[in-house]
Design a protein around this ligand. Structure first.
Ligand code: MN3
Length: 241
C-alpha cells in the first residue's frame, strides 16, 4: 500500500495548502478529484492509462476528446464559477456538490453541472481497466444484494437504458446496502438534490459523447461493453473506503 500512502501524503500537502479538510468516504480511493494549482484552481487529472488502453471497447479518439475536451471544459467552467463566488474557493468538489441548494444563486447551476461533471469524470476514469474480475468478496456482496452478478448487470443495464437523455448509471453504497440508480445530466448521488443518495462505487457515463463515435445510437452495446473495462479492483477499494 506504499503508493496509497504516498498519494495520501500528497493529498495532505495539497489540503494543507488551503483546500478544505472535508473527506467523504470516497476520498481515499479517488484522490485525483481535488487537485489544485497554486492559485487554487481545479486541474484536469491525468488519465492513469493511455488513450488507446481501452480499445476495442472504447476507442482512442473518443477517450482523447472525452478527456482533453469534455472533461477539461467542466474543469474550466467550474473554475469560472468559483471565481464569481470568493467564499467557495478552496472547497472540495464533494463539499460544493453536497450543498447545491445553499450555493449562491449566481453560480448554483454552473457548479451543479460542472462540479458534477468534474467529479463524475475524474471518478469514471479511475474505474476503467481491461482484464479484471470481481473478487470472491465482491461476488458474495453483489450476490447478497442482487441475487447474482448477472442479475446485478441486468439491473444496471436497465437503469442505463432507462435514463432518458444524458446522465449516469450508478452502483452506490448506502450503509451495508448496494443500490443501482441513475441521475440526469451531471448530477450524482453525492448531491444533496439527488433523489437516491449514497457513495458511488460504479458509475457509467451515458452521454452520447462517451460512445457515439463507436456505438452511434446503440447505448445497449456500449453498456454491455462496459463490463469488459470495469476495474473491479478499484470498485472493491471504493467499497472499503
Ligand atoms: Mn462524459
Amino acid at each position: 500500500m506504499k503508493s496509497n500512502r504516498k498519494d495520501f501524503l500528497k493529498t495532505g500537502a495539497i489540503l494543507a495548502a488551503g483546500a478544505s479538510l472535508y473527506r467523504p468516504a470516497v476520498k481515499a480511493a479517488i484522490n485525483t478529484i481535488n487537485q489544485f494549482t497554486n492559485d487554487g484552481l481545479f486541474t484536469l487529472p491525468k488519465l492513469p492509462y493511455a488513450y488507446n488502453a481501452l480499445e476495442p471497447f472504447i476507442d482512442m479518439q473518443t477517450m482523447e476528446i472525452h478527456h482533453s475536451k469534455h472533461h477539461q471544459a467542466y474543469v474550466n467552467n467550474l473554475n469560472t464559477a468559483i471565481a464569481k463566488a470568493a467564499s467557495l474557493k478552496g472547497k472540495s468538489v464533494e463539499e460544493l456538490i453536497a450543498t447545491i441548494d445553499k450555493l449562491p444563486e449566481n453560480v448554483r447551476t454552473a457548479i451543479r453541472n460542472n462540479g458534477g461533471g468534474h467529479w463524475n469524470h475524474a471518478f469514471f476514469w479511475q474505474l476503467l481497466k481491461t482484464g479484471t474480475m470481481p473478487s470472491e468478496k465482491m461476488t458474495n456482496l453483489i450476490t447478497k444484494n442482487f441475487g447474482s452478478i448477472d442479475e446485478f448487470k441486468k439491473q444496471f443495464e436497465k437503469a442505463a437504458l432507462g435514463q432518458f437523455g444524458s446522465g449516469w448509471a450508478w452502483l452506490i453504497k448506502q450503509g451495508d446496502k448496494l443500490i443501482v440508480t441513475s441521475t440526469p445530466n451531471q448530477d450524482n448521488p453525492l448531491m444533496d438534490i439527488a433523489t437516491v443518495k449514497g457513495n458511488p462505487i460504479i458509475g457509467l457515463d451515458l452521454w452520447e459523447h462517451a460512445y457515439y463515435l463507436k456505438y452511434q445510437n446503440k447505448r445497449v452495446e456500449y453498456t454491455q461493453a462496459f463490463w469488459s473495462i470495469l476495474n473491479w479492483e478499484k470498485v472493491e477499494q471504493l467499497l472499503d473506503a
